[in-house]
Design a protein around this ligand. Structure first.
Ligand code: NAG
Length: 507
């Protein structure tokens, strides 16, 4: 059709070889009509090919380096040869979070594929025998230098083009003045970029140190969960609206913020899909009441034990306050494990119900955690863990394949666990203890018949509540190892994309 129309109107730009169709047609009609057919088919095939490459793979355009707005990720263009940053140093003087920034080093090494160079600076040995994990998982293949050598190396080796700090609040404070002086001393062709991981947005003390780097368009933030990045974005937007010219001229609103979720690939995690009785729940993290609502959780557990000890697998011990395992029951008794460090007062009622695991090294920690059935965040009412700070619990539970109890509020903040394959969504009208006992007994009847408000209305009399609880019950608490692995693979791929973006020097 295209060709016949073209011949009819004699497009002036028609290739010479094809122009004389109408003249030649009368002489050798068969030959030229079949040639016409051939060109027509070829043209149609070619346009289909081009159209499909444009419509279905906008990456193709990125590869051809045609700059169009849809070409945002530039994933296809990211090969180690095109990275503008290939000489990277990763450092920290902080004694914690090494599992966070070494997970980032692991991602960088995967992305670099042997091109470029990463050098780590840290105080070794790392706490809790993490060095063993580091070697076993192959997170980093190079040597670990003394952090005291970092500044000399940066001054001496102008090939170093990306500096990454594990904990902004500590490391940026530690190196800031010297590092800025080193940046200023370099010529324009040898500037480096700075990236660091903030762990809590409300820790404001170091934030003024971001401004000079933002002014030099040389800093980016790399929090471990999206919501922390969101809190910084809001702060930077607010500061961008400042009436102080020194502040709004810094361009804080343009500081790139990405998320790198620190999840390691632990081998030999057990497959627990065959389990059907919920026995082991864990609250992990330092035993600090300002971080987690231990007393509230204990109180709810004690109340529920009194109401129905058999459901939990216990019976009261004489007239005393304690409960002991009821050995006449088929199912093993429930255990609440507290994995962490520090000290917390335990009510005597829970002496046999709660098990402490204190100051474990990483190998022991992973072994204990991996056997758990559910993770209990036990966050307090404050907004901190949902809006400002990322809890280690979320990453840790995902890492060891333990489904985490999560309210909608939790799943909105930690988008990487907003996924039924790795978390147990429960409505916030339930407490964590309500959810656990309903899942353990496979019945929400007790909860729906309860009236926590004492206003004479049972939970079940609210149809919306009933529906939300039924949704939770329908999915149960068992999650497959396959599901965890699929989710983690997606997170690792997303982490690699973030690192590629950084190494390509993209905002
Ligand atoms: C962790 O601690 C246990 C018990 O103290 C010890 O046997 C084990 O060797 C330690 N693990 C590592 C990796 O050092």
């Amino acid at each position: 059709m295209l060709l016949s129309a073209a011949t009819r109107f004699r497009f002036p730009w028609f290739p010479p070889a094809m122009a004389p169709y109408s003249l030649l047609q009368s002489q050798r009609p068969t030959l030229y009509s079949s040639r016409r057919k051939f060109f027509a088919i070829a043209a149609v095939l070619l346009s289909i090919l081009i159209a499909s490459s444009l419509w279905y793979k906008d990456d193709t355009l990125c590869q051809l380096s045609i700059r169009i707005p849809t070409c945002t990720s530039q994933k296809a263009a990211a090969s180690p040869q095109t990275f503008v940053h290939q000489n990277i140093v990763v450092a920290s003087v902080f004694g914690f979070h090494f599992d966070v920034w070494l997970a980032l080093v692991w991602t960088i090494q995967r992305v670099l594929k042997g091109h470029g160079h990463v050098q780590v600076y840290g105080d070794v040995p790392f706490a809790y025998d993490f060095d063993t994990i580091l070697d076993r998982l192959g997170l980093y293949h190079g040597s670990i230098k003394d952090p005291a050598e970092l500044m000399n190396d940066i001054r001496r080796n102008t090939a170093i083009d990306l500096v990454i700090f594990g904990t902004c609040s500590v490391d940026l404070r530690h190196w800031h003045d010297e590092l800025l002086a080193a940046w200023d001393a370099r010529d324009d062709d040898h500037k480096f970029q700075l990236a660091c991981t903030p762990h809590h947005q409300a820790e404001l003390g170091w934030h003024p140190l971001i401004t000079p780097w933002a002014r030099r368009n040389s800093i980016r933030l790399l929090p471990i969960s999206k919501h922390v990045g969101g809190a910084f974005r809001k702060e930077f937007k607010d500061l961008g609206g400042s009436l102080d010219p020194k502040l709004h001229s810094a361009g804080l609103g343009l500081v790139p913020i990405d998320t790198h979720v620190p999840i390691l690939d632990l081998p030999h995690l057990p497959d627990k899909s065959g389990r059907h009785v919920l026995i082991n729940a864990v609250i992990q993290g330092s035993f600090a009441e300002d971080r987690r609502s231990y007393p509230y959780t204990f109180e709810n557990l004690i109340r529920s034990l009194h109401e129905n000890p058999t459901s939990w697998g216990y019976r009261p011990l004489g007239d005393g306050p304690s409960f002991i395992p009821d050995t006449t029951l088929v199912d093993p008794p429930f255990k609440l494990h507290l994995v962490g460090s520090g000290w917390i007062d335990l009510p005597p009622q829970l002496k046999n119900v709660v098990e402490f695991h204190v100051s474990l090294n990483y190998s022991q920690y992973y072994d204990v955690m991996a056997e758990m059935d559910v993770c209990v965040p036990a966050f307090g009412p404050s907004d901190e863990y949902y809006a400002l700070q990322a809890s280690s619990t979320v990453a840790m539970c995902l890492e060891v394949n333990v489904p985490i109890l999560a309210t909608p509020r939790m799943r909105e903040a930690y988008t990487h666990i907003d996924d039924d394959r790795v978390s147990i969504a429960y409505p916030s009208v339930m407490t964590e203890i309500d959810a656990i006992i309903a899942l353990r007994t496979q019945s929400a009847a007790t909860f729906l018949a309860s009236d926590p408000s004492k206003l004479g209305r049972t939970m079940g009399s609210n149809a919306a509540v009933q529906q939300a609880v039924e949704q939770m019950m329908a999915k149960g608490w068992v999650r497959s190892k396959k599901g965890f692995e699929a989710t983690k693979s997606e997170i690792w791929a997303a982490n690699e994309d973030v690192v590629k973006k950084i190494l390509l020097g993209l905002p």
